[in-house]
Design a protein around this ligand. Structure first.
Ligand SMILES: Nc1ncnc2c1ncn2[C@@H]1O[C@H](COP(=O)(O)OP(=O)(O)OP(=O)(O)O)[C@@H](O)[C@H]1O
Length: 888
């Protein structure tokens, strides 16, 4: 039955997919790449299977055998019609998409049958070109001629590859081929014949068919492809010979995979010099199009019975060629729009599933011979072609994201970023290191400058101070000398401390204050520098930490400096006090000896006392406030002897104030002072420390503490070693104070206090003697109190003073010209005489006569009365006086 098919030509089919695109491959590529959008092409486009019929010319045998017969077909190529003669007067007419006469060149056949499919493949579609026909009708001629002897004879395979290679760019695209044969349901790799059990894999989602087990050879030029085809043919021939079969019974399948990158999609990745973060953000996997061209040279169809599609059993079909039979059934089903298409009946139909009723563009060339002897086969072939023309495919673009490629590119990009990051990191670290080094240098330099300036100021100040001390000492010695002279001569001028000297001292104090401010300014300057460094090193935390530490060091140094300044201040203060003391002393002596300069000195001293007196207490208070007692006491243990000396002087000055004494003792000052007596060999320290202890020893509680801490032994030891009268005066004063405590008598005596006291009289200085006398008087008074209460310390009841041999010195100094000595001795004698048991010793020691003298001549009325009462009340004294006939 004649049909009217194929209103569209191959070219029309092409334009139906791409309306404005001409068929020139390279032009086509330019137009399609870069503008293709994956979504646009995701939709499938209807594409009917195109069928061309090609008539082989009569061969030699047919020219002879059929010489008298007309061809069984008559072609009308311009009408794309074929007439199949039934007999001499009747024929069936069939329309095809192309009708290729026996004179059609290989080139024309390629262009009308294959080129549109090849172009589709290059655009990213799957395409199938298949030849179907009776053995010897020219299927292999049409598809597989290599054209080595005659270039014009090149078949579709070679021409297709030529077009593909001409269109792709092998830098970005790839072309690879597999070559196989299917025989009796076995797929054999023609490029690796040992591989003869290749399985078909179908992607359930896309319906794509692949043969992952087949060799896949990259093609970079036509020659290597031709070689590969030749090799495949040789293997096909050898294999079929071995199997004792015919080539026409196997199907040859060439698969050409074309993978093309779609330009423009990954432009972001190619912007090598762009911002990397931008690249990463905008990164998209490159888009690739994977077209696959399948060229199938089917086995000869003559084995298929005309009724192959009409009921041959599967078993029969298998015995000849199951594959062609199954293909016919599938095409029938597709042509008739059957609900079920038996693709799974054979491997050929499974392989060609995409080509018929799938997503591929399919072009079928049916080959026929002219011989009327094979009219049946020819008719069968024509009917196969007619049915195939009814098969509608849904041509679909095979475009996908190339994640592998993206991954590779990202790896490269990542490597670049890592390298760049490392470079930046290195630069950053270098910068940090440079900043840190620079900061360190600046800090070191500032530190050096600071230390240098401090050292300069300190040494300058020390020098000034030492000079001032020296001047004062010289002044003091000079004054003393003058004083002694005036004392001896009872005449002469009283030296004065000049107003200029005091003004100098004040200046020094002001200067020191100025220096301190300068030092503070320097510290502030350093702070500013550190702050600047902090700003410039915001990211260098460790450096900032270092700067903090250094700042703290500086603060520590500042504190230390302030401590030293405070000491220096105190020294100045002390100098003031000493100057005042000197003035007072001069005043006193002047009062007694010198009436001439008395008034002026007194007024001067008073003035100074007012001036310094007004400033002194605030100064001490300020000292407490600025430095802190603890700090001052800690300086008693300073390594620097000068510092120790100054510190002990400050403490001594503080201890002179009754209000400070409790604080000093509480803060451990007493213990420190006692330690100084023990540990120091410096006479000045001994003198000043003893003075401070003497001051503290005025308090009863402190007296007990001094004793508890071995103070009497330390004072005794100091007394034994000292030669300086002032030191001895201080020690004697301290012991004298202790002697006045009733609770400490026994301990004081047992620890050598009395003997130490008496030992100090070796120094002839009246001040020392006065203190010794005071101590003896205190002790005697306590003994007297105890005896009156019946508390006797010795077995005999005798006085410790007498037992320790004090009596001779007492008697000897009872009438000492120094009033301060004499008064205390007179009192001591009176107290000793209170206890009857001492009377004998006193009589034998000559004390009786002294008592008598006191009772008669003492200028102090109270002492005089006491002496008299004692003498009168003592039987022993009374008896002695009677014995000596003293009238009393
Ligand atoms: N169009 C043609 N022009 C000239 N010679 C042809 C043409 N087609 C076929 N021939 C010749 O016919 C012979 C058989 O052709 P070919 O081998 O291609 O047939 P076939 O269909 O592939 O056979 P088979 O199914 O056995 O493989 C060859 O000698 C070939 O050169």
């Amino acid at each position: 039955m004649a049909t009217s098919q194929g209103g569209n030509s191959y070219r029309n089919a092409r334009t139906s997919l791409k309306p404005h695109v001409k068929s020139k491959p390279s032009q086509q590529r330019r137009n399609s790449t870069g503008s293709v959008n994956g979504k646009e092409h995701a939709a499938a486009v209807p594409g009917r299977v195109r069928v061309a019929v090609r008539l082989r010319p009569r061969n030699a045998e047919e020219s002879v055998a059929d010489a008298d017969f007309a061809d069984c077909v008559e072609l009308q190529p311009e009408l794309k019609r074929l007439k199949l003669r039934k007999n001499n007067w009747d024929a069936d007419t069939y329309e095809f998409d192309e009708v290729l006469t026996e004179f059609s060149s290989q080139k024309r056949v390629y262009e009308v049958v294959a080129r549109p499919v090849v172009e589709s493949v290059l655009d990213g579609y799957n395409g199938t070109i298949m030849a179907y026909g009776q053995t010897g009708t020219g299927k292999t001629y049409t598809l597989g001629r290599l054209g080595e002897e005659d270039n014009a004879a090149r078949g579709i395979m070679v021409r297709a590859m030529e077009d593909i290679l001409a269109d792709v760019s092998l830098d970005t695209d790839s072309v690879s081929v597999s070559y196989l044969q299917l025989y009796m349901e076995t797929i054999q790799d023609l490029l690796d014949p040992a591989n003869d059990n290749i399985t078909i894999v179908e992607d359930p989602k896309t319906g794509d068919v692949s043969l992952p087990g087949a060799s896949l050879v990259d093609i970079r030029d036509k020659q290597s492809f031709v070689e590969l085809l030749r090799l495949g043919e040789a293997h096909r021939f050898a294999a079929n010979t071995k199997l004792n079969t015919e080539s026409s019974r196997s199907h040859a399948i060439l698969m050409v995979h074309v993978k093309r990158s779609v330009k423009g999609r990954d432009a972001a990745l190619s912007s090598e010099n762009g911002n990397h973060s931008h690249v990463v953000k905008s990164i998209k996997p490159p888009l690739v199009r994977k077209g696959k061209l399948v060229v199938v040279d089917l086995a000869g169809s003559e084995r298929i019975d005309k009724s192959g599609s009409e009921g041959h059993t599967l078993e029969e079909a298998k015995s000849i060629n199951l594959s062609l039979s199954a293909l016919g059934k599938c095409i029938n089903a597709l042509a008739e729009n059957s609900a079920h298409v038996p693709f799974r009946d054979s491997k050929l139909t499974r392989l060609l599933r995409d080509s018929f009723g799938g997503t591929a563009r399919t072009s079928l060339v049916i080959t026929i011979g002219p011989s009327p002897r094979h009219r049946g086969e020819t008719a069968s072939t024509i009917m196969f072609g007619q049915r195939a023309m009814k098969v509608e495919n849904m041509v679909k673009l095979k475009e996908e994201f190339d994640y592998k490629s993206l991954s590779r590119r990202l790896d490269i990009e990542l490597d670049k970023l890592i390298v760049e990051h490392e470079r930046q990191q290195k630069t950053f670290e270098d910068e940090i290191e440079r900043l840190a080094t620079e900061a360190q240098h600046r800090i070191s330099e500032a530190e050096r400058n600071y230390v240098d300036s401090l050292e300069k100021e300190r040494s300058k100040y020390q020098k000034d101070y030492m000079e001032s001390i020296k001047k004062l000492e010289e002044q003091f010695v000079m004054n003393q000398r003058k004083n002694e002279e005036s004392h001896m001569k009872s005449s002469g001028e009283i030296p004065r401390v000049s107003a200029e000297e005091l003004a100098d001292l004040k200046k020094m104090l002001q200067k020191e204050t100025h220096l301190r401010k300068a030092a503070e300014g320097e510290v502030n300057n350093l702070k500013n520098q550190v702050a600047e460094l902090k700003k410039s090193e915001a990211s260098g935390k460790s450096e900032i930490l270092k700067l903090h530490n250094m700042l703290e060091d500086k603060e520590g140094q500042k504190e230390k400096l302030e401590g030293e300044i405070a000491i220096l201040q105190s020294q100045l203060l002390q100098l003031n006090l000493q100057a005042d003391e000197t003035r007072r002393q001069l005043d006193r002596d002047g009062l007694e000896k010198e009436m001439g300069g008395l008034n002026s000195l007194t007024s001067q001293v008073k003035h100074q006392q007012q001036a310094s007196g007004n400033g002194e207490k605030p100064s001490i208070a300020k000292l407490f406030e600025q430095v802190g007692l603890q700090k001052i006491l800690s300086l008693l243990e300073a390594e620097d002897a000068d510092v120790r000396i100054h510190a002990v002087k400050v403490v001594a000055n503080l201890a002179a104030e009754e209000t400070n004494q409790g604080k000093i003792v509480e803060a451990g000052g007493l213990t420190s002072l006692l330690n100084l007596l023990k540990s120091s060999h410096d006479e000045t320290i001994h003198r000043v420390a003893a003075g401070a202890i003497a001051n503290l020893a005025m308090n009863e509680t402190n007296q007990e503490l001094i004793m508890a801490q071995g103070g009497i032994s330390l004072l005794s030891m100091t007394a034994a070693n000292a030669e300086d009268p002032q030191t001895l005066r201080m020690v004697a004063g301290a012991i004298a104070n202790l002697c006045g405590n009733d609770k400490l008598q026994t301990k004081l005596r047992s620890e050598g206090g009395i003997k130490a006291l008496l030992g100090m009289v070796r120094c002839r200085h009246p001040d020392v003697h006065a203190q010794v006398a005071r101590g003896i008087a205190n002790f005697a008074k306590c003994e007297s109190r105890a005896s009156s209460q019946g508390n006797l310390w010795t077995k005999s009841g005798r006085s410790f003073l007498i037992e320790d041999g004090a009596l001779p010195w007492i008697v000897q100094n009872a009438n000492n010209e120094a009033a301060s000595v004499r008064r205390h001795i007179e009192l001591a004698l009176c107290h000793l005489a209170q206890h009857e048991i001492n009377a004998r010793d006193m009589i034998s020691g000559g004390a009786l006569w002294e008592l008598v003298r006191i009772s008669r001549d003492c200028s102090r009325e109270d002492i005089k009365t006491l002496a008299h009462r004692t003498l009168v009340s003592s039987p022993t004294f009374q008896a002695e006086m009677r014995r000596l006939r003293v009238n009393y």
